[in-house]
Ligand binder design. Sequence first.
Ligand code: PEP
Ligand code: MG
Length: 582
Amino acid sequence: MKTLTGIPVSPGVAIGKALVLRSEDSFVIAKVEIRSEDIPKEIVRFEEALTKTRSELFSVRKKIAIELGHEQSDIFSAHLLILEDRTMIEDVLSKIKEEHVSAEYAFSLVIQRYFQAFAQINDEYLKERVADIKDVGKRILQNLRGGVQESLMKLKEETIIVAHDLSPSETAMMDRERAIAFATDIGGPTSHTAIMARSMEIPAVVGIDQVSKEVATGELLIIDGNRGVAILKPDAETVERYTREEKRFVELVTELDKLKTLVAETLDGHKVQLMANIEFPDEIPSVIAHGAEGIGLYRTEYFYMNRTDLPSEEEQYKAYRQVAERLAPKPVVIRTLDLGGDKFLSSLDLPREMNPFMGWRAIRFCLTRVDIFKTQLKAILRASVHGNLKLMYPMISNLTELKRANELLQESKEELRKDNFSFDDQIEIGAMIEIPSAALTSDVLAREVDFFSIGTNDLIQYSLAVDRVNEKIAYLYEPAHPAILKLIHQTITNGKRASVWVSVCGEMGGDPAMALLLVGLGIDQLSMSSFALPKVKKAIRSVTFREAREIAMRALEFTTGEEIKKFSEAKLKSVSPELFEE
Ligand code: PEP
Ligand code: MG
């Protein structure tokens, strides 16, 4: 038994078998020499691995074609072609025969030569193909090792996913029924993979140094998402203890869910709107189950991921309409495409950047690729007649961007009018406040919008210069930092002066102690991963507005994030000790 610690990013406990996703360094294979008489056996092993990979790719292609259409499945046709590459196959066979090495080793040498050759080519399209070769290569190696062949999309049994890192697009592809926890070597608390784990309501721990090397596929593993711990090869007693804990956790969640029909108001009747964040429409049942009053952030970029084309206006309209109808009359805030940072799309051939979080992304990208932006705006506008939709722009950094986005919205409305489409002309428009410059000029931005939504995940990252996905500096990622409270306070004050309502849709709002502070600062709405709603509601229902204000005002006087965190948690504990029972 061995215990490794990391950063807890999604609560709960899971006990199960690990599936270790190896990253590209798995192409570095130890040299294994073989005897001459074993050469034929090794060749057969290699050929069998190719056959198996081929049949796997055929079935994945079929599945994708059925679920997402032929265009999406074409990528796997490219993968199949790589498998047929005679030069690659001959190279591997001759290495086995001439150098007397194992098939794995021979294959790894050949495929690495391919990577090197492709890396030197100055052609973006061909460079992209490296990813395809890696994908196919990983499958071949997995099959050679006789390891687990489950793809992420279709797991055979309940599985804990262990990886060096998981991209949001990999996470999005995952079998949501059977993936019961994540553990990764790297990653920060508000990386989108961590956020996805919370949406999926499964425990996750990131930043566990070397976990993907220490754990082997098929091994028993416990992930404790409450404490940020992974226990490798646990003994029977530990398994039993955690089984009890898992049960207790589920009971606590069920108990808190009983609050779902109650309003989120303080003891003296001050109401706060509690909303849910979603990445996919299939999260709606959970949003409803946890008692959300609507959706405060629909991250539409996931709609654009894991596909080789861009979604059309019609396709987006249908999807947004469905969400609007399922939630109506409750509101749904649709955020326009926020790509970049740690979220990339395979359909767009974007240049690699030194600082992707500060690069050509989100609204900056949309204001240049007006075609893509207007297609989405029109889809949202058309869907707006089917429910209570609101629209917001991510990553606004100045007034000019906001005005330009609004101009494009007006143009989209005109074009829809010409084409006789109906839409809600009064649809509310919001700006996300997630860059310090936006918070500091929120008085000016307020003139152009109906609401602000403070994206604390990015606001913290940009204000404190702490990459949100980097586990090494996660200790500096402080939601309670005095600078963050000041920026939020200023945004709320400026919003109120201009009759602009203000929400917090970053993860900070889902922390009950921070939520009390935000309520005290006068926030109108909090939007969070839906599982966090009951806890936050419980906290809000445990104080008077006056107490919340006192907490906030006192917090603004402290000089360090540590003090603020400690103080607000102590306050929460005194008003709602039940929340600390777990
Ligand atoms: C944020 O930055 O706080 C936010 C809600 O947006 P995202 O997490 O998608 O960047
Ligand atoms: Mg953001």
